[in-house]
Design a protein around this ligand. Sequence first.
Ligand code: ADP
Ligand code: MG
Length: 344
Amino acid sequence: MAGTIRKLDEVVVNRIAAGEVVQRPANALKEMIENSLDAKSTNIQLTVKQGGLKLLQIQDNGTGIRKEDFGIVCERFTTSKLTKFEDLSEIATYGFRGEALASITHVAHVTITSKTADSKCAYKATYNDGKPTGPMKPCAGNQGTMITVEDLFYNMDVRRKAFKNHSEEHAKIADVVQKYAIHNAKVGFTLKKFGESSADIRTPPNSTVTDNIRLTYGSTVARELLPISHEDKTFAFKLTGQISSASYSLKKSIFLIFINHRLVDCSTLRKAIEGVYTSYLPKNMHPFLYLSLEVAARNVDVNVHPTKHEVHFLHEDAIAESIQRAVDATLLSSDSSRTFYAQA
Ligand code: ADP
Ligand code: MG
């Protein structure tokens, strides 16, 4: 006998979708950092308890959320960033789906305190399942937004129990913060464990990429960095970055790639670039790479997955080859032993 088809309850639909956007504490934090950056913050402070499962808190000094928007800010598909589909090809903000905050409220308890420049005071409201749990309240506060996420996955037993190791989750969070701090060197970042006075990560506002690599990954790697910069008119892309020299290597590679300012996984580029290093480094040793790739917006599809972990772009293979040659040239020009050999 055929089953009866019924429409799922909206709360169920939203919770299923939320589980896809927010896979672990570090995803939720990434979305919130991106919102703070979209709001033009210059200082972002993060506090985390139990690997983010108990508490994730982010305080920024950005543009804030308007009082009138407090009612819908956490509903699914509400955004101040995108209005029509065509704009997606020119999108300059991290956000556009209006899904992150909504998703988080479906799997955690969320409190937002925010003040815009022209408002006399801040407002505060608590959210569950996309909606405020009561009226917003006026309160004291500086310009900017503070979002508190408590008891992540409180309503998803299996998911919550899968994160037994809080220090592993904390490390994943630190990894995201480190990478955003390096790419957004003008913005100051602080990451603290709740109740501790010293910060795990602290980068001052207005620092440089190399300052922040030194502050987060250490001075040994910072001393070995070579700047790379490369432009290709044919395939309409620009690359800048800092890559480790041939005299430095790691057991496990560190690979930071931002494509049009989005932190993504890109195995094609990773494999291509690490391949270049195999002829420079000892066997089984790997490089540190920070790369910022800017591809013409018309050639990029950012809407591949709800977590935005991936982007697709045209001419991927040709671009990878062009970058390989640039990396090779950078390493070759700095490799003194080879220069010597060539001269001899
Ligand atoms: P999106 O970023 O795709 O628009 P989100 O769910 O992440 O969707 O956020 C919804 C909206 O909430 C944003 O469009 C923005 O207007 C507002 N917002 C969220 N976080 C902040 C913040 N830190 N500062 C200012 N506005 C924010
Ligand atoms: Mg967002």
